[in-house]
Design a protein around this ligand. Structure first.
Ligand code: 13P
Ligand code: ZN
Length: 271
């Protein structure tokens, strides 16, 4: 067996969580990530028949039976993951009943997966139905996006449109726009179901006055989506209440869409 601490998927998780902490998006235990792993790759590092313990998930995830995920632990600080990966991360497999997680590695202090597992696994189901290559769901509390939530309408068309106006690249990076949920209690099945419903059409979902979710085929895609939203939100917050004397006009966004051959949300423009 190879050493799991040097598995590329563990090293990448350590790298991205440390990076996100440094960006200030994951204070204390804020944020969580789940990555679907390739069972053949996992078998190079772990005996798949060795289940350390089982943990009920509290919801049914039938389409994910047998799937294996690397998931951040609940209450764990992203800041500490590089030092204590085996304590603060875990690898789980969804058992044949669809409602139990089989722990294959990690959570070594008796811990468990993120409290946002419903939002993660339900979102995996939604994204996989749209794109079978989806592997990653990533949640964090990016500062400027959160700030923007308090001063901008929490409405999908308006929110997406403002972000598109803030950086030319936004339309290119997330032509499908940003889904928005109102403020809700977090850590339960209800917000999980609401997130997953949005994930049927969006790779990005704002949790009103809480944070942001990104989905992608790999960590680069999910992270790249979130950092692009965060950059645009930063520009928006830097502009503040000052009168805007220049802007990217909707006609220009149309030109951009044509130039890049984008399938974007045309109904999100004001034309
Ligand atoms: P967990 O520590 O359970 O992952 O929760 C952090 C968080 O961001 C809640 O939304
Ligand atoms: Zn959160």
């Amino acid at each position: 067996m190879k050493d799991i601490l040097h598995a590329p998927f563990v090293e990448e998780m350590i790298d991205i969580t440390a990076n996100m902490y440094r960006l200030g998006w994951d204070e204390r235990n804020g944020g969580n990530i789940s990555v679907m792993l390739d069972p053949d790759e996992v078998a190079q590092y772990l005996d798949p028949d060795n289940v350390i313990r089982t943990i009920p998930t509290g919801f049914e995830a039938k389409p994910l039976i047998g799937k294996i995920f690397l998931v951040t632990g609940t209450g764990k600080y992203f800041r500490n993951i590089p030092k204590f990966p085996e304590r603060d991360l875990g690898i789980i497999r969804i058992a044949p009943d669809g409602t139990t997680a089989e722990l294959l590695w990690g959570y070594s202090d008796g811990g468990r997966f993120t409290s946002e597992l419903p939002a993660h696994l339900m979102s995996h189901m939604s994204r996989l139905a749209v794109n079978p290559d989806n592997r990653v769901i990533l949640h964090c509390h990016p500062t400027y996006t959160l700030a923007m939530n308090f001063v901008h309408p929490l409405e999908e068309k308006a929110f997406t449109h403002t972000l598109w106006e803030m950086c030319t690249e936004c339309l290119v990076v997330f032509p499908d726009g940003v889904g928005v949920l109102p403020w809700m209690v977090c850590g339960n099945n209800e917000i999980g179901e609401a997130t997953a419903e949005k994930m049927k059409q969006y790779r990005l979902v704002v949790w009103g006055m809480h944070g942001l979710y990104g989905a992608g085929k790999d960590i680069d895609e999910a992270f790249g989506l979130v950092e692009t939203v965060e950059k645009a939100a930063q520009v928006y917050m830097l502009i503040g209440d000052r009168p805007r004397i220049n802007t990217i006009r909707d006609e220009e966004l149309v030109e951009l869409g044509k130039a890049f051959g984008l399938d974007y949300r045309k109904d999100f423009l004001n034309l």
